[in-house]
Design a binder for this molecule. Structure first.
Ligand SMILES: CC(C)(COP(=O)(O)OP(=O)(O)OC[C@H]1O[C@@H](n2cnc3c(N)ncnc32)[C@H](O)[C@@H]1OP(=O)(O)O)[C@@H](O)C(=O)NCCC(=O)NCCS
Length: 185
């Protein structure tokens, strides 16, 4: 059985089994603390009966007017607990919290090369709203290489799902041209 519970500071000392994954972003401790302090309702852990962390989700609410939305900053499930519906459960939680805050949509950024995550988000009703170029461009030298591998590593899909407040589904009309990070709100 899977239990969802709020993430606590102590979880940062025991989530290595989940974060040791090349597709999982690991941030500095202060980044997690900031989310814990500002958006605790968006930071949830899925726990196994033996107390092990199966996965977690970290998010926030942001934006103005019709851009008011829930955002998934991190979602990851330990390789030992994949394909059991854990990510779907965590996403459902974040969507419920966003519904209660009367958000118009939920969004997230995922590497174009992360086909598994993109399939999962599509299965959960998300669409690719737009492509973002160089969203996390850590190494400026990478941009010098003009090849498909580097392009796919540096491109992100901004995926969205409309919530019930967006009755006309205006937030999920896809943009057909890519945008740069500075154009992302
Ligand atoms: C992506 C990830 C979070 C999925 O977690 P999960 O708990 O295994 O996903 P779920 O079991 O909830 O899957 C829900 C649905 O997504 C789809 N899906 C999940 N994994 C899939 C895979 N490997 N291949 C194809 N579809 C997949 C399926 O439709 C699945 O439903 P089904 O099992 O009934 O067919 C997990 O693989 C992971 O942590 N990856 C590394 C970190 C990462 O990429 N995070 C997202 C970054 S934005």
């Amino acid at each position: 059985m899977t239990t969802l519970r709020p993430f606590t500071c102590e979880d940062m000392l025991k989530f290595n089994n989940v974060n040791l994954d090349t597709l999982t972003e690991t941030y500095g401790l202060n980044f997690y603390m900031q989310y814990l302090a500002r958006w605790p309702e968006y930071f949830q852990v899925a726990e196994a009966p033996n107390g092990e962390i199966m996965g977690y989700i970290m998010g926030k609410a942001e934006g103005h007017n019709t851009h008011w939305h829930g955002h998934v900053t991190a979602l990851t499930v330990s390789p030992c607990y994949r394909r059991l519906g854990v990510a779907a459960l965590l996403m459902n939680w974040l969507e419920d919290v966003s519904e209660k805050k009367h958000a118009y949509f939920v969004d997230l950024f995922v590497r174009v090369s992360n086909k598994v995550a993109i399939s999962m988000y599509q299965a959960l009703g998300y669409i690719v709203y737009r492509t973002v170029l160089d969203y996390y461009s850590g190494n400026p030298d990478e941009d010098a290489y003009d090849n498909i591998l580097v392009i796919s590593l540096n491109y992100f899909s901004d995926m969205r799902k409309a919530l019930s407040r967006d009755k006309m589904k205006e937030s999920v009309v896809p943009l057909h041209h890519p945008v740069r990070p500075e154009d992302v709100e």
